[in-house]
Design a protein around this ligand. Structure first.
Ligand code: HEC
Length: 146
């Protein structure tokens, strides 16, 4: 009885081994068709995949969806300093803060916003902002400080 059981187990083990080696095929080298290979690599592909934000069509992203508006840039990148007046930043909405700055001319304001001036860091620390976006943000700030 136990001999039979052992043989049975061995047979199962052998079948399993053959199954793993290639569905009972006798040769060790298993040749797959292109379709089988594709199916297999799909099965073996990792379950998770890294999807970059820029590849997701609905994600609101800068580069993929064209330039952001001055409103968007200001309210996400500049407001921290320019709504509070941190470090002496001219406050948006306070006309007096902007008078002497406007007197320099808009081109100087754009350039200073882009390159930085005194306590104003270059691009207001928005390193992924384009020059056009900074320009639009300055327009927005000036427009809302009259
Ligand atoms: C870390 C704080 C900070 C952030 C963030 C910041 N600013 Fe400023 N900004 C300042 C300070 C401080 C000044 C005043 C500098 C001075 O004249 O001493 C200033 C000045 C300016 C001026 C006037 C420059 C001039 O010539 O008088 C403009 C325009 C400006 N910022 C635009 C921006 C824009 C656009 C952003 C966002 C993209 C931004 N800032 C983000 C701190 C900041």
């Amino acid at each position: 009885m136990s001999q039979l059981k052992k043989t049975g187990l061995a047979a199962v083990a052998l079948l399993l081994a053959l199954g793993i080696a290639g569905c009972g095929s006798e040769s060790k080298e298993v040749k797959l068709t292109a379709a089988q290979e594709k199916a297999m690599s799909e099965r073996l592909a990792p379950a998770g995949e890294v999807v970059l934000e820029k590849d997701v069509p609905s994600a609101p992203v800068a580069a993929a969806s064209g330039p952001r508006s001055g409103d968007e840039i200001y309210n996400s990148k500049c407001t921290a300093c320019h709504s509070t007046g941190a470090a002496g930043a001219p406050k948006v909405g306070v006309a007096a803060d902007w008078e002497s700055r406007l007197a320099q001319g808009m081109d100087t304001l754009y350039a200073n916003a882009l390159n930085g001036v005194r306590g104003m860091p270059a691009k207001g620390l928005c390193m992924d902002c384009s020059a056009d976006e900074i320009h639009a943000a300055v327009d927005y700030m000036v427009e809302n400080s009259k």
